[in-house]
Ligand binder design. Structure first.
Ligand SMILES: C[S@@+](CC[C@H](N)C(=O)[O-])C[C@H]1O[C@@H](n2cnc3c(N)ncnc32)[C@H](O)[C@@H]1O
Ligand SMILES: [Zn+2]
Length: 410
């Protein structure tokens, strides 16, 4: 098929995303059965649903560039049709060089064509290369990048070491993980194998997923004498994303390791408790509330999973540009900002009421009752039915019971 003078050998079409126009596989031509997932059936990977993810990535890289206050270089070694890297080059002020690559020949050719179509041949290098190799050959001083964005199929773990080594001091690493069954406790053994920590199927498993991926990054970076600061993280429909700055220095590595620990969870009464430190030794205990044996998630990162100032810089970037998902992103940023200093974990009222056999009250009613009992609370972007509060699980369950019994009584 020929579009815009480009002979692809498979059906393609032109789409616009952000400020760029690119050729992508025409997904409808690759769906044979209703259950087919078109992006991975096409000869080159393209997922329109990830536009929000790419919008946020553009905002993060721009906020990072403003923080660095100099021109930056970016690597996207798992690029598919090139859209993400092309958007960085076209939309982020101060990106002077971008290297994008993919192992798939069709992807390489399409990405090349898309770079030409957007007039970015001088600022973007496209290569057909295995991602670890592409990063390894840039891991020497003066060859490293300011930003590496890893957006793989499934887990980013196979590329994390190479990415860390290809980053400058204070560089930014962006990680997508889509293997949510591992990270959210459906396959805890797979999580332990891949991420070095145990996942748990709790109602706040998406936050635990972010903490497991962050913990895996912290342990990997520590080997090279580097510490980690998580500047932003979020949950999408079927993935999580973590943005971390890498800080050279053994002291930074030690300080990051001190934020490693576990989250203990009681499946009988919803009690949860983060434990910092001693993460290599493991942990086992009984619930202080009900005496049941606690389940353990981790080792994982118990430190901050976003930075308030960084979120504010991202908010300024949203205002400066026209993004399709601007309102959605603003809403998310407002929540992530409030979550940046909160305790580990949140309560999901639907899941708790389900387990307790109660009808479900509104989020507002629960927040109001918590306030009346002297507990601050907040919402979470991880789950629209989630509430963050320092109230113990016993108090929280009591509120749910009280609210629903008064509802029945009236
Ligand atoms: C999820 S897709 C990338 C999507 C893209 N980042 C975007 O935002 O549209 C993952 C890509 O990684 C490529 N890939 C998989 N393993 C690779 C490897 N070891 N080295 C380089 N590319 C690889 C695949 O061909 C695929 O195009
Ligand atoms: Zn308990």
């Amino acid at each position: 098929m020929t579009v815009n003078g480009y002979q692809s050998g498979f059906p393609v079409e032109i789409i616009q995303e952000g400020k760029v126009k690119v050729l992508v596989p025409r997904l409808r031509d690759f769906v044979r059965q209703p259950c087919d997932y078109a992006p991975s059936k096409a000869p080159v990977f393209y997922n329109p649903v990830m536009e929000l993810n790419r919008d946020i990535a553009v905002l993060v890289v721009q906020a990072y560039q403003r923080l660095a206050d100099r021109n930056i270089t970016v690597s996207e070694p798992l690029t598919g049709c090139g859209l993400r890297g092309i958007r960085f080059a076209a939309e982020v002020v101060g990106v002077e060089r971008t290297v994008i690559g993919d192992i798939n020949e069709n992807a390489f050719k399409l990405a090349n064509r898309n770079v030409q179509m957007n007039g970015l041949v001088k600022s973007i290098t496209v290569e057909r290369q295995e991602a670890n190799l592409a990063l390894a050959i840039r891991s020497a001083p003066r060859m490293r990048f300011d930003v590496v964005d890893l957006d793989p199929f499934g887990s980013p773990v196979p590329f994390i070491d190479s990415a860390i080594r290809a980053l400058k001091n204070d560089g930014l690493l962006a990680l997508t993980a889509t293997d949510m069954a591992s990270l959210c406790g459906i396959h805890p053994k797979a999580c332990l194998r891949k991420y070095g920590g145990r996942s748990l199927r709790t109602e706040y498993c998406h936050e635990l997923a972010v903490r497991l991926l962050s913990g895996c990054l912290v342990v990997a970076a520590a080997k090279y004498g580097m510490g980690v600061k998580i500047v932003f993280s979020h949950r999408g429909e079927h993935y999580i994303r973590v943005y971390a700055m890498i800080k050279y220095g053994a002291r930074n590595a030690d300080a990051s390791l001190e934020e490693m620990g576990f989250v203990l969870h009681c499946f009988d009464c919803f009690h949860r408790e983060p434990i910092k430190g001693n993460f290599r030794l493991g942990y086992s205990a009984n619930c202080v509330e009900c005496g049941s044996k606690l389940s353990t998630a981790g080792p994982l990162w118990t430190g901050k999973i976003s930075d308030r100032d960084f979120c504010e810089m991202m908010e300024q970037e949203v205002e400066r540009r026209k993004l399709k998902f601007a309102r959605k992103i603003d809403k998310m940023l407002a929540l992530v900002k409030t979550e940046s200093n909160s305790e580990v974990g949140y309560y999901v009222i639907d899941e708790m009421c389900d387990a307790l056999g109660l009808p479900v009250p509104s989020v507002e009613m629960v927040v109001d009752s918590l306030g009346k009992q002297g507990f601050d609370s907040g919402l979470t972007h991880f789950n629209s039915r989630g509430i963050r509060s320092r109230a113990p699980a016993r108090v929280f369950s009591g509120i749910l019971k009280g609210l629903t019994s008064s509802k029945h009584g009236s």
